[in-house]
Design a protein around this ligand. Structure first.
Ligand code: NAD
Length: 351
């Protein structure tokens, strides 16, 4: 079933990294045939600047609210005939979850419960069935599966074994979504995606942090031996996958999404240094200090998972999705974006 004319999509966390890229992608693809309502609490990670180009569209509405606020969420469903929910809102940084786990439980678990309940109340018919056009997509992570050794992949059937408070909170939210499907026949999908990179990410995660620090001549902190492996996916390929799951995926199914692009953290940092050298103008004084002398090995993250790698055969087979941006192109785009946008005099992005 293709997105019907003027489908109303409730996006949560749309001012964050992946959510804002999703909103841009959806307006580029569907134009006026879609209405997006974006609910975001605007935590440190949420930036309305990520959406500046689309903020004035007549088919876009921003609601500044916390997904844990039941009244606010129910009001959104009461005032808008929401057809689809794409749920990104979360506390998303593992290091912060180690420092302050409770907010992760609150937003990621309780917030998901509030949303599920509001959607169910709005959508469920008296006979317990749901209209065909109602769909809830819960955006989750490969981190719920735990850590791999040198070989093997995460499949949709891999048992959950989260290690950090972040991944435990995401795993709990996934379980709640599953319970809604099983208990109420609630029309949902779960996607578990590998590490994303690309424009509009708050500079605390590996790639934007390294770009920002290098541009400022600051140390590039690398955890442990730098050999932890992640499977990197360009953010636009992730948001395309989310759209395809809602368009072509089977309801009630989980889909793994991954780039088939495993890199150690050290490889990532060295690539960023090379691409920065290529990207900066010949006469840019920063070229003099951007080199691997900035790398500093720091004490490993507590409970640091060694390797993540996704098997994405199911989404490829069932929806035709495939990652379209190579790592070489994606990292160049990303570095270019931060070089243009980053205001190196502050902690945030450009002004
Ligand atoms: P992000 O931290 O960049 O953005 C999160 C957004 O949620 C922000 O705009 C923030 O203001 C908002 N938010 C936080 N708490 C909220 C609350 N209580 N109510 C309303 N809004 C709230 O995160 P991201 O990297 O864009 O990740 C989005 C989703 O994708 C998350 O669910 C994350 O678990 C998942 N995910 C991320 C990655 C990745 O590599 N970044 C990979 C796989 C899955």
């Amino acid at each position: 079933m293709l997105l019907s004319v003027m489908s109303k999509v409730l996006v949560t966390g749309g001012a964050g990294f992946i959510g804002s890229n999703y909103i841009h992608y959806m307006f580029d693809k569907y134009g006026r045939d879609i209405r997006i309502i974006n609910v975001d609490k605007l935590t440190y990670a949420g930036r309305l600047e990520n959406l500046a180009e689309i903020a004035d569209r007549e088919n876009y509405t921003f609601v500044n609210a916390d997904i844990c606020d039941r009244e606010a969420v129910e009001r959104i469903f009461a005032e808008n005939e929401i057809d689809r929910v794409v749920h990104f809102a979360a506390e998303s940084h593992v290091d912060r979850s180690i420092e302050e786990p409770e907010i992760f439980v609150k937003t990621n678990v309780l917030g998901t419960a509030v949303l599920l309940n509001a959607a169910r109340k709005a959508w469920e018919r008296e006979d317990g069935t749901y209209p065909r056009d109602k769909k809830f997509l819960h955006v989750s992570t490969d981190e719920v599966y735990g850590s791999l050794g040198e070989t093997g992949y995460f499949y949709e059937t891999t048992p959950y074994a989260p290690h950090s408070p972040y991944s435990a909170s995401k795993a709990s939210a996934d379980m709640l979504v599953r319970s809604y499907m099983d208990t109420y026949g609630f029309p949902a999908n779960i996607t578990n995606c590998s590490n994303n990179y690309g424009p509009r990410q708050f500079p605390e995660k590996l790639i934007p942090l390294m770009i920002k620090n290098a541009l400022q001549g600051e140390k590039l902190p690398v955890y442990g031996d730098g050999l932890n492996v992640r499977d990197w996916l360009y953010v636009e390929d992730h948001v395309k996958a989310i759209d395809l799951v809602q368009e072509k995926g089977r309801i009630f199914e989980t889909y793994n999404i991954g780039g088939c692009n495993e890199k150690t953290n050290l490889e990532i940092v060295n690539t960023i240094l090379e691409v920065l050298q290529e990207t900066l103008e010949e006469n840019d004084p920063r070229k003099a200090f951007i080199n691997d002398g900035l790398i500093e090995y720091v004490e490993d993250r507590k409970g640091h998972d060694r390797r993540y790698a996704i098997n994405a055969d199911k989404i490829r087979r069932e929806t035709g999705w495939t990652p379209e941006t190579s790592f070489e192109d994606g990292i160049r785009e990303t570095v270019r974006w931060y070089v243009d946008k980053l205001d190196c005099s502050s902690r945030g992005f450009g002004v």
